[in-house]
Design a protein around this ligand. Structure first.
Ligand SMILES: [Zn+2]
Length: 309
C-alpha cells in the first residue's frame, strides 16, 4: 500500500536493529524462457533465466558469442547509453536490461544466470510483467545461505534542482522507495508521486505491470533515426496532449510507477539486497547508477542474520 508522504523524517534515521529471522538467498526452481523483439534493434531475442548457486549473484551470458562470455550484473560494468541501462564486460555487451533486472530483483531472486542470444533484451509490452510471470511459473526456491544486505547508514544525495536522488537509513526492514515525476509541460502526464515498501507482492501488484512511456515528439525523433521501427503506439505508451495514443493506462500514475520499476532494476546492480529509503525526484538511469556507486562506498554490507548481532 502507498505510504503517507508526511511521515516524520526523523524515524528514517533510526534503523530497527531488533532480531528478526534471517533472509535466505533465493534462486529459480527451474529455467524460465521469455522471447520477443528488441525495441531498438528490432531483433528477436530469447532470454533464458537459469537457477544459480548461493553467492553466484545475477549475471548475463551471451550465448551467441564464441566462448559464451559472462557479464556480471554489477555497477562496475555499467556504461552510459541513452534511455536504457547497458552493461559491458570482456568485450561483450547487454542492453535494455533494466526491466529484466527489475523482475528478478523485485521477486527477491538473488542468484540467476540470464542466458541471451542478442545484445538487446526483448521490449515486450514495455513492462516487467511478462518476465515476472515466466519467473513465477518456474518457481522460486530458498537456498540455505543467508542473503547479504546493504544497509544505508548515512544520508546521501546527488543531482541538481531539476532531478535528484537521495538515500537515507530505513525505518523498516527492507527497501522503501519514493518517486516524484514532474511533466508539468505535458499535463496529460503531469505530476505524480508514489511511495512503496518494496516486497515481492507489492512489486508484482503495483509496479511490474507498468509500461515504459515516451513523448510523441521523442517517438517521432527516434523513428527518424531508424530506431524502434517495429514498435507501434499500441505497444508502448506514447503520450500527446490528450494522453496515451491508441492505448489505455493500467494505473492513473503508471508513468511514475514505471520509473520506480526502472529504479528497482537499476538498484539491483549493487549486487545485494538494500535496506534503506530511497527518494528520487525526476531521476533516471544515470542518477540511479551514480547512487549505487555511493551506496557501495558508504553502505554497510551485512549477512542478513548478523544485523541483529
Ligand atoms: Zn523502463
Amino acid at each position: 500500500m502507498p505510504r503517507h508522504a508526511d511521515r516524520k523524517s526523523a524515524t528514517r534515521n533510526t534503523p530497527d536493529l531488533r532480531p528478526r529471522p534471517p533472509v535466505m538467498q533465493q534462486t529459480l526452481s527451474k529455467p524460465a524462457v521469455v522471447s520477443g523483439l528488441g525495441y531498438w534493434s528490432g531483433r528477436e531475442v530469447r532470454v533464458e533465466f537459469c537457477p544459480a548457486p548461493p553467492d553466484a549473484g545475477i549475471s548475463f551470458v551471451r550465448t551467441d558469442i564464441a566462448g559464451s562470455p559472462r557479464i556480471p550484473a554489477r555497477i562496475e560494468h555499467r556504461i552510459e547509453t541513452p534511455l536504457r541501462t547497458t552493461l559491458t564486460y570482456g568485450g561483450a555487451r547487454v542492453e535494455m536490461i533494466e526491466h529484466v533486472l527489475a523482475a528478478v530483483a523485485g521477486l527477491g531472486i538473488d542468484n540467476c544466470e540470464i542466458r541471451v542470444n542478442q545484445v538487446e533484451m526483448p521490449g515486450l509490452d514495455g513492462s516487467a510483467l511478462p518476465f515476472v510471470e515466466a519467473l513465477l511459473a518456474a518457481g522460486i526456491t530458498a537456498l540455505d545461505t543467508p542473503a547479504v544486505e546493504l544497509l544505508v547508514r548515512e544520508p546521501a544525495r546527488l543531482g541538481d534542482d531539476q532531478a535528484w536522488i537521495e538515500a537515507r537509513p530505513a525505518s523498516g526492514q527492507g527497501l522503501s522507495l519514493r518517486y516524484r515525476l514532474d511533466y508539468r509541460d505535458l499535463p496529460s502526464i503531469g505530476q505524480q508521486t508514489i511511495e512503496f515498501d518494496i516486497t515481492p507482492e507489492v512489486f508484482c501488484r503495483e509496479l511490474a505491470p507498468c509500461r515504459t512511456f515516451i513523448r510523441k515528439a521523442e517517438a517521432e525523433w527516434l523513428r527518424q533515426q531508424g530506431f524502434a521501427k517495429n514498435v507501434t503506439t499500441a505497444d508502448v505508451l506514447v503520450f500527446d496532449e490528450d494522453g496515451p495514443i491508441d492505448n489505455e493506462l493500467r494505473f492513473e500514475d503508471e508513468c511514475a510507477r514505471h520509473k520506480m520499476l526502472d529504479l528497482v532494476g537499476d538498484l539491483s546492480l549493487i549486487g545485494h539486497r538494500i535496506v534503506g529509503w530511497i527518494n528520487s525526484h525526476c531521476g533516471g538511469h544515470r542518477l540511479n547508477g551514480e547512487l549505487v556507486k555511493i551506496l557501495l562506498q558508504e553502505g554497510q554490507k551485512l549477512h542478513s542474520r548478523r544485523r541483529s548481532a
